[in-house]
Design a protein around this ligand. Structure first.
Ligand code: MG
Length: 165
């Protein structure tokens, strides 16, 4: 279980790195609001990594930090960019589900309980991003609409949801 949790720390840090790359890409598209949204997404992923980090220590385990893979730097149109986010979050959901399966197999009820926070978090992540994609598709080809969505996404503020869990 410890090995799998350490692997997940790496995946969460990779996610953070990926969203930071997406933030830079959004800047290059001239979408400061999207860039801000991605930056906050990157910060959130750090809190996820920390939640696993702290949990391993709480259980007197050993944290083992591995190298983080390089991330892509080009993501196509703004819709394709958010489709990549959704695809990545669906992948993360599958990883979390795999961890739950492992915890159940090992009758590790404490870890299973901790992971439930992430199960709920992934439902929210996928729903949020799905909604953004729908909105972007609605205004496709309309500069004014994209301008408004970019402004709206730029109003996102950082909340460390792991602190109220
Ligand atoms: Mg995450």
């Amino acid at each position: 279980m410890q090995e799998a949790l350490n692997e997940q720390i790496n995946k969460e840090l990779f996610s953070s790195y990926l969203y930071l790359s997406m933030s830079a890409y959004a800047q290059s598209l001239g979408l400061p609001g999207v860039a801000q949204w991605m930056k906050i997404q990157a910060q959130e992923e750090l809190t996820h990594a920390n939640k696993f980090f702290d949990y391993i220590h709480e259980r007197n385990g050993k944290v083992d930090l591995k190298a983080i893979d390089a991330v892509e730097t080009e993501f196509g149109s703004v819709i394709e960019l958010f489709e990549s986010v959704l695809e990545h979050e669906e992948y993360v959901t599958s990883l979390i589900n795999g961890l739950v399966d492992t915890a159940i197999d090992l009758s590790d009820h404490a870890t299973r309980s901790m992971l439930m926070w992430f199960v709920d978090e992934q439902v929210e992540e996928e729903a949020t991003v799905g909604e953004i994609i729908d909105n972007l598709k609605m205004v496709e080809g309309k500069g004014q609409g994209l301008f408004m969505i970019d402004k709206d996404l730029g109003s996102r503020i950082f909340v460390d949801a792991t602190q109220n869990a």
